[in-house]
Structure formats: C-alpha cells, structure tokens
Design a protein around this ligand. Structure first.
Ligand SMILES: [Zn+2]
Length: 411
C-alpha cells in the first residue's frame, strides 16, 4: 500500500441500510414492477447526500406500448473545478426476476446480512454498485465539501430487458448527459483483493425461434404424417455450430479484427485460476479441452452461440406419446467489437432460409453491440494509478468476463 493512501470513511452502517432499502423494492423490469417507486427512492437518497437529482420521463415512446420507466439523473458540480472534466456513472435500478424462488436460501427482496455479505436480488448488479458510488460522493461532500471533478449519474430502469429506450433518451437529453468519461455499472475485485479495471464488454444478440406443427398436440402415431416442430428446431439448431462449437453462419466474423499485440499481452498477464473456476462450476474440463491463454482469450474476446432455452412437448414424469404442435428455442450470441447486432441478425435469418428452415419464425428479442475502450485512452493510466494507490495493485482487462465467482458485493 502506498503511504499517501486515502483515509476512507465508508459509513458502513449507512451503506448497508441504504442498500437494504433498495433491495426491498422488487424493481423487476421484466414484470414492470415497482420501477418508478425505486427510481423515486434513489432521488431521495441522492438529494440527502447533496446530489442534484431528478426523474426524467420519456414521453415519445412507441404508440401501443407501455411508457418506459423514468431515468434518474444526478449531478454535482465541482466548486473548485467547474470547468474541468466530467465523469458520468452509469447504473441501473431494475433487477432480474427472482425465479426460481426455491433456489433462494434467503428472501430475495430482503437484503439479509451475514458476516461480510449481503444477500438479495440486486445486491450486486446493480443496486450495490450504485450505493457504493453514492457513498463515495457523500464522502467527498461531507469530508471535503466538494468533488474534485464534475459528477453525473445516469440510472436507468430497463437494463435487464435490453435498455430499449436508452439511445432515444440520450439523443433527446444529449447536453444533459454530455461527459468526458463514463464508468460502467460494475467493477470487481478478485480473490486477492485486486480491483479489475475492465475496458469493455461483449455485446449480445438474443433471438427466439418458433416452429409450428399441427394446430394442437396430436397422438404420436400420426408422426408418420405430421411434421414434428421439436425436430425442426433441433435440426435448425444443429446447423449453427459444428462439434467444436465453431459458429457456421456465413460472414459471422467478417468485421471482427485480430487482437493487437498489446491487447494480447494484457490477456496473457491477467490471472485466472482454472482449477478453482472448474470447481466452482462442478466441471472437469473446458470446452475443447481449452487451457492457459485459450481459456482467457475465449472469455475475453470470443463470440458465442448459446442455446439458453428449449421448450416443446411433454416433459413430465412417465410417458405421454404426443407429437407436439409447437417448439421454441431461445439463443443468445455474445458479440465482440465491430459486430453489428442488426447485421448479425440478418445473417442469422439468411442462414436459416438458406438451410431450408424458412418455416421457422425468428424474433429478435434484443441486440446490443460490444464496447471496448482503447488501451491508449488517456483515462486508463489515471484510473490504474488511483487503483494502485488504494489497493496496492490492480488488473487491467480489455473486456469484462463476468466471473460470477468474484461477483460478490462485500460490505
Ligand atoms: Zn447490470
């Protein structure tokens, strides 16, 4: 640790109670539940700290759809440095649904504290991260009466369902959100207490496939005559990847650039404990027996084609001889920089048609491009320096890898 490290008053008690307050509001965006209530609570918290805060409502939403939840906007102008740089924190106040409930050992919307851990939906991703940032600003305002640079907050309520309106909001309120630097919603500390500075994130393309057979489930003796939609879906899925998992869709990688030498070196230098990862997930080997740099490279910068849901026919106990009327699959593709979700979706649709699956209905659920800050961006060195001052050491990663093993919000 460096000798000039900051003395940090983390106000642990206040941090825990504020976080519990937010966890107790079940702001599940998939169900449009308690979103405005949560946004309002955050505005109250921000004002108490001394952050100018307001709700921004978006009125130009598409007709026949429900209005999006409000954004929370917060701002603190630096008194000593009002014309200096501005840092914007992006966070979200919505959470994923808590189901399946029976897998929870604690109430998902309670925020129970046990030792150094707090349990609850949103404790991490993203209410915990938000509260720590609010507390950091509170520290500066209380202890020093000022913030060293201008601070803005953009906190949305639809991140978990694809941030449908965020680009519209940004266009409409572009001056308000104007900033020099954005710090994304999370950040992790590894098992050795080193903070991980992630410079990017993979993107996502989420699609749903539906195959329709007869107008209702029929007796399976009719399978000699009636096409089975479950089989259609399975056959279609099997054309997407080869046995090694390589994506077979034409031009899928067309715009993807090779890693630079510097990026490759950064990946090499990142620590990764293969054995504890395998133990955590109860697996004995990685796909294609990957090891060493191959594992780190895959996590950081390789696209995926993943079946996240498959549903058809009878799956209860015992036998029921039916030919189902419908089959459905959900697929998520992780995207890397330069892959445009809209273009990749077109390529996906084309792939199905060219392989004889034009009867399968394809729906785009959501698409989000990958983001990556260049290693030579002026702020990277500044952030690394600050992290090293506080923690003694840090890890720079070119892209976040979502290690759930270390996504633990510690208070
Ligand atoms: Zn999140």
């Amino acid at each position: 640790m460096s000798s000039n490290k900051l003395t940090i008053d983390i106000d642990t008690h206040g941090l825990i109670s504020d976080l519990q307050k937010l966890i107790k509001i079940p702001s599940v965006s998939a169900r449009k539940q308690n979103l405005e209530e949560c946004a309002k609570e955050i505005v109250v918290m921000m004002k108490r700290i001394g952050i100018d805060a307001e709700l921004i409502y978006f009125d130009d939403y598409q007709k026949n759809s429900t209005p999006p939840p409000p954004l929370v906007y917060g701002e603190v102008k630096s008194k000593s440095n009002p014309n200096g740089k501005t840092l914007l924190f992006y966070n979200h106040y919505d959470v994923q649904p808590e189901e399946p409930r029976d897998l929870w050992e604690n109430e998902p919307f309670e925020g129970k504290v046990e030792g150094n851990l707090i349990y609850g939906r949103g404790a991490s991703d993203d209410k915990g991260e938000l509260v720590t940032r609010l507390k950091a600003i509170e520290f500066f305002l209380k202890q020093r009466g000022d913030v060293p640079m201008n601070i803005k907050f953009l906190i949305e309520g639809e991140e978990e369902i694809g941030s449908k309106y965020i680009s519209e909001y940004l266009k409409k309120y572009n001056t308000k959100f104007n900033t020099d630097l954005v710090i994304w919603e999370f950040g992790y500390i590894d098992q050795e207490q080193k903070p991980i500075i992630s410079l990017g994130m993979k993107g996502l393309l989420y699609v749903e496939l539906t195959a329709q057979g007869a107008s209702r489930d029929v007796h399976s003796s009719l399978a000699v005559l009636i096409e089975n939609p479950a089989l259609r879906i399975v056959q279609a899925l099997s054309t997407l990847v080869d046995r090694e998992g390589n994506i077979l869709i034409k031009d899928w990688f067309k715009e993807v650039k090779e890693l630079s030498e510097e990026e490759s070196l950064i990946i090499d230098s990142e620590p990764f404990d293969e054995e504890s990862f395998k133990k955590e997930y109860g697996i004995s080997k990685f796909i294609n027996n990957l090891s060493g740099k191959g594992v780190k490279k895959a996590l950081t910068c390789e696209p995926t084609c993943n079946i996240s849901g498959l549903n058809s026919g009878y799956s209860g106990s015992g036998a029921k001889t039916i030919t189902p009327s419908k089959a459905m699959a959900k697929i998520d593709f992780r995207l890397v920089p330069n892959m445009d979700p809209a273009l990749q979706f077109k390529r996906f649709e084309k792939h199905l048609v060219e392989n004889g699956f034009e009867d399968i209905k394809v729906t785009l659920i959501h698409g989000e491009a990958a983001g990556r800050t260049a290693l030579d961006n002026q702020y990277v060195k500044i952030i690394e320096k600050s992290a090293n001052e506080i923690f003694g050491d840090s890890i720079t990663s070119i892209s976040s890898t979502f290690f759930s093993t270390i996504i633990v919000f510690t208070v």
